[in-house]
Structure formats: structure tokens, C-alpha cells
Design a protein around this ligand. Structure first.
Ligand SMILES: Nc1nc2c(ncn2[C@@H]2O[C@H](COP(=O)(O)OP(=O)(O)OP(=O)(O)O)[C@@H](O)[C@H]2O)c(=O)[nH]1
Length: 327
């Protein structure tokens, strides 16, 4: 059996990973490929399923690939390999949560049991140009999050600096020099984009070697006998939490926007499905970098649900705040 090429799409919360993923899918379809996707969400429900209607989607919910559900990722990879034989899927895209460390996804893929099944082609990391520098200072006191932000850049084979429509020339230059100093793979490509509009063909075809580790090293840089526990303990995001609000009543768009923008600044991301009181219709909403985007859904029978992602602790009062604003 031929190995299945795998692309990992990494990047912080709301940077544009799904947007890039959708562009890649279009290109793969144009190339008459049959892609499969593994989507990982922090919450217990994937509120973006409607974005992928005709793909084989495997979901990993309620945790981040790189720690709590690493074993589940391995099971999913096995399942995907079986399905791929039946349905002919010939490429796999893995989108981690915004707080996933790409190194640890890589580690699962490179484990001996998958050596003959998968071929890791590339780690594509997406950077949010509008907020990247701000996140460095918002999270400057958290070593875990600084490490996460650094690793998402450092191990990329392609780096997409997205949301350039929201960053002026001066900011872009600043980001570029910061990124150059962080990149371990100096041959990696750097793209500046808006809405992930990068030449997907180049992204898929450019055979950039991913940063390879020494033969006797684990991805954490330790000798082979390391069990990686210290990475799981401190490399990421115990600090992040997803809060789900269910049974959301019909909502007025302006009030909803005001409420989202009034939330503490460490609530980095919101997404879900709401019904607007103005039209009675269902909308997908995406809240990232203090911006709210809504798009009408075809279907009219999705469950209305809001998922908010932010630092632990700051999320405790969210339901209460929601209730006093809308119930
Ligand atoms: N202004 C602007 N908005 C963008 C751009 N790219 C994506 N967005 C919007 O930003 C929001 C988040 O984009 P996603 O692609 O869902 O981001 P993500 O990285 O998958 O987010 P997570 O689910 O948190 O991991 C959506 O509303 C997008 O439409 C861009 O280049 N410019």
C-alpha cells in the first residue's frame, strides 16, 4: 500500500486554520484527490461540522490532540487508514486545536506503527497577523503559552501569516523579523495572506523537509528513554478551557456583538450556531480577534450553541454573564 501523505495545520486560536484548510480542500478536489480530515476541537461538540459537507471527517472532541487524547488520535489514524482503503482517500489533513503543539501530533504520526501507512509531508502553521504581537504580551507571564506560540512557529515547514488585511505594513515587517528569528527551518516558506488565500498548489507540492530530529532524540529534544511526560505537563495549555452554552435563545445581532466584545480580553475565541431574532434564521458565527463574522446556514434545524475558549478561571462567569444579557 502507498503511504498516505499528511499535512498538519497548526496555529493559534482564530488564526485562520479552517479557512486555509478549506482552500486546500478545494485545490485537492481540483487535483481529483480524495482528502480526509481529522478535526480536533477543545469542546465536546464540533460546531463547525456544517463547513465540511462532502468530506470524510473524523472528529476528535473534548481535548487537545497533543495531550489528553493522544491515544484517541492513534486510534483515529488506524481507523482512517482502514477507511482510506475502502473509500480511496489518498491524502489526510489534520487540523489541531488552536492550542495544539504540532510537535506532539508529529510524534504520534512518526511512531513505528504508522511508519508504513503515513508520510508526514508538512506542518503548515497559520499566524494571526492582527494579533500575533499582542498575544506575545498578553501571554508574556505564561511560560506554557509562550512555548506553545513559539513551537507553532518554530517547527513549521510553511508559515502563513494570515489576516494581513488587519495589519499595516509596519506591523507586518515587525512580525516578519520576529518570525524569522523564531523559525528553526530556515528553508521554510513564508506566505502573507488574507483569508488564507495562498497558492494551495504550491503549499501542497513544495517538498520542504520538516525539521527532523536527531535519530536518538524524542521530539522534546531528550534521549530516547524520555516518556515525554514533562512536555505533556508544561508544553501547552492546561491553562485553556472551552465553555459551551446550550439552548441559546434567538438573539439580536447587535446585542450579541456587544456582549462578545465586552468579554475579558483573554477570551480569545468564540464559535457556534445562533438564531438571529431579526430574521429567524440560523447563522454560523466566528468570533476571533474581537471581530464577529456571521454567515447564514442552509439548514434550519441545527442546535443553537455557543462555544467560548479562553484562559481557565476567566471562563467561570461566562454563563452567568450570558444569562444576564440574554435570558
Ligand atoms: N479579517 C480577516 N478575517 C479572517 C481571515 N482569515 C480568517 N478570518 C476569519 O477569522 C475567523 C476565524 O477563522 P478560522 O479559519 O475559523 O480560524 P481557526 O484558526 O480555524 O480557529 P480555531 O477554531 O480557533 O482554531 C473566521 O471568522 C474567519 O472568517 C483574514 O485573513 N482576515
Amino acid at each position: 500500500m502507498n503511504t498516505i501523505p499528511v499535512y498538519i495545520i497548526s496555529g493559534f486560536l482564530g488564526s485562520g486554520k479552517t479557512t486555509v484548510l478549506i482552500n486546500l480542500l478545494q485545490e485537492l478536489k481540483r487535483q481529483r484527490k480524495t482528502p480526509g480530515i481529522i478535526l480536533n476541537e477543545l469542546g465536546e461538540k464540533n460546531v463547525e461540522k456544517h463547513l465540511f459537507t462532502d468530506q470524510q471527517v473524523f472528529e476528535l472532541l473534548n481535548g487537545c490532540i497533543c495531550c489528553t487524547i493522544q491515544e484517541d488520535l492513534k486510534l483515529t489514524l488506524k481507523e482512517f487508514a482502514k477507511e482510506a482503503q475502502v473509500k480511496g482517500a489518498d491524502v489526510l489533513l489534520i487540523e489541531g486545536t488552536g492550542v495544539a503543539n504540532p510537535l506532539e501530533i508529529t510524534e504520534a504520526l512518526l511512531s513505528p506503527e504508522f511508519f508504513h501507512t503515513y508520510e508526514l509531508k508538512s506542518i503548515i502553521s497559520v499566524i494571526d497577523a492582527a494579533n500575533f504581537l499582542e498575544y506575545q504580551s498578553i501571554f508574556s507571564s505564561s511560560k506554557e503559552i509562550r512555548t506553545l506560540l513559539k513551537d507553532q512557529v518554530a517547527y513549521a515547514s510553511s508559515l502563513i501569516v494570515n489576516k494581513t488585511d488587519m495589519a499595516d505594513e509596519k506591523k507586518r515587517k515587525k512580525i516578519e523579523s520576529k518570525l524569522q528569528s523564531m523559525l528553526k527551518n530556515k528553508q521554510g516558506n513564508l506566505y502573507f495572506t488574507s483569508y488564507g488565500d495562498v497558492a494551495a498548489e504550491a503549499l501542497l507540492n513544495t517538498a520542504i523537509p520538516i525539521v527532523t530530529l536527531g535519530k536518538n532524540e524524542k521530539s522534546c529534544g531528550c534521549p530516547p528513554d524520555c516518556d515525554g511526560e514533562h512536555v505533556r505537563k508544561h508544553s501547552n495549555h492546561g491553562a485553556f478551557q472551552a465553555v459551551k452554552i446550550e439552548n441559546v435563545p434567538s438573539i439580536n445581532q447587535q446585542n450579541f456583538k456587544k456582549w462578545l466584545q465586552s468579554l475579558p480580553s483573554d477570551i480569545i475565541r468564540g464559535k457556534g450556531v445562533v438564531r438571529l431574532a431579526e430574521t429567524g434564521q440560523l447563522y454560523d458565527f466566528q468570533y476571533a480577534g474581537k471581530q464577529l463574522n456571521m454567515s447564514k446556514l442552509e439548514s434550519n434545524d441545527e442546535e443553537c450553541v455557543i462555544v467560548l475558549i479562553g484562559l481557565q478561571g476567566s471562563t467561570d462567569s461566562l454563563r452567568q454573564s450570558f444569562e444576564s444579557a440574554f435570558l
